[in-house]
Design a binder for this molecule. Structure first.
Ligand SMILES: NC(=O)c1ccc[n+]([C@@H]2O[C@H](COP(=O)([O-])OP(=O)(O)OC[C@H]3O[C@@H](n4cnc5c(N)ncnc54)[C@H](OP(=O)(O)O)[C@@H]3O)[C@@H](O)[C@H]2O)c1
Length: 295
């Protein structure tokens, strides 16, 4: 077996393990996608903000896997929040990807200081869902209060909330709210890649953690494989990023071993409660300053 799926709240099947492409650029980005699909991945996670939707689209086409078998996620950037601008943002993403429909469309961050614009963007996502241009809609980085505020003003419960989640930052309370609301949790930076691009926060990155290293040795697996297995055991979807063919292959080779309950407890004990990236409560387009190429 090279994959399993999670059934979303609208019945759509989300592959539990996919390829992330944040900071994947140029030919390396499209080759990574092709390599991953040929290795058995069926989910690719990109975003307008990653600037690589065209490369991802090329990688998907070059893999020559039936489009219906590939689950494509992309995300709307905050500068396109608002109803009409969100619809335009979606069209731009679909055009760059070269797809007729997107499997999962996410609002990339809440914009708490202008939440009405966030709501309008989500309303646009609901429209896209109605029109069949997306198969599921959701959010990323929404705190519980954002999920509850969204629920008060919109009709469709997000299928997914994609959040920072790795052994150092396990977010048990956030995950409990997802369970209560029927939202699937998808972990970003699942193996702790955030420490590479956001700078350290003083804690030891999960891939360098001794406890994880010793669990990995005892199974003849890598630390990344142990961490990914741990996520899957908890029913989460994960999108580890790599552009290296051997890592792409090994990151999905996690369906042939099991962690013991003692090992799972040892990983649970690594939680520091500290995020590696910015707190969603204070995010605005100025805090994460990015320009989306309009064409
Ligand atoms: N919604 C959001 O706001 C948000 C935010 C961040 C990320 N994401 C998504 O989540 C994905 C994953 O997060 P991430 O990219 O931050 O971090 P990640 O997947 O936890 O880690 C990626 C980093 O680990 C390295 N790596 C991959 N496999 C490895 C292995 N087996 N052994 C050692 N190192 C390995 C990669 O380098 P190489 O490429 O050189 O192998 C890269 O530097 C992103 O790509 C993106 O799709 C979403």
């Amino acid at each position: 077996m090279t994959h399993s799926t999670i059934t979303l709240n609208n019945g759509v099947e989300l592959p539990s393990l996919g390829l992330g492409v944040l900071l994947s650029e140029g030919d390396e980005a499209s080759t990574a996608v092709t390599t991953a699909l040929r290795a058995g991945y069926r989910l690719v996670d990109t975003a307008a903000a990653y600037g690589n939707e065209r490369l991802v689209g090329r990688g998907i086409r070059e893999a020559e896997v039936d489009r219906a078998e590939v689950f494509v996620t992309t995300k709307l950037w905050m500068t396109d929040y608002g109803f009409d601008s969100a619809l335009r943002g979606f069209d731009t993403s679909a055009t760059k990807l070269g797809v007729d429909y997107v499997d999962l469309y996410l609002l990339h961050w809440p914009w708490p200081a202008d939440f009405s614009r966030t709501i309008a963007a989500y309303r646009a996502a609901e429209r896209l869902l109605e029109e069949g241009r997306v198969r599921a809609i959701g959010v990323a980085n929404f705190l519980p209060e954002h999920l509850r505020a969204l629920a008060r003003e919109t009709d469709v419960v997000p299928a997914v909330n994609q959040v920072e989640l790795h052994p150092n930052f396990q977010q048990a309370d956030q995950v409990a709210v997802h369970q209560e609301l029927g939202i699937a949790t998808q972990a970003w930076s699942p193996i702790g890649g955030v420490y590479g691009w956001a700078g350290g926060n003083g804690s030891v990155p999960p891939l360098q953690n001794e406890t994880i290293g010793s669990i990995a040795s005892s199974h003849g697996k890598t630390p990344a494989q142990v961490i990914l297995r741990w996520h899957l055991d908890q029913g989460r979807s994960v999108v580890p990023k790599s552009v290296k063919p051997e890592r792409i292959a090994s990151n999905i080779d996690v369906f042939d071993f099991e962690l013991t309950s003692d090992e799972a407890r040892a990983i649970a004990a690594l939680d520091t409660g500290q995020r590696g990236a910015v707190d969603p409560a204070i995010v605005t387009p100025e805090v994460i300053d990015l320009t989306i190429d309009p064409a």
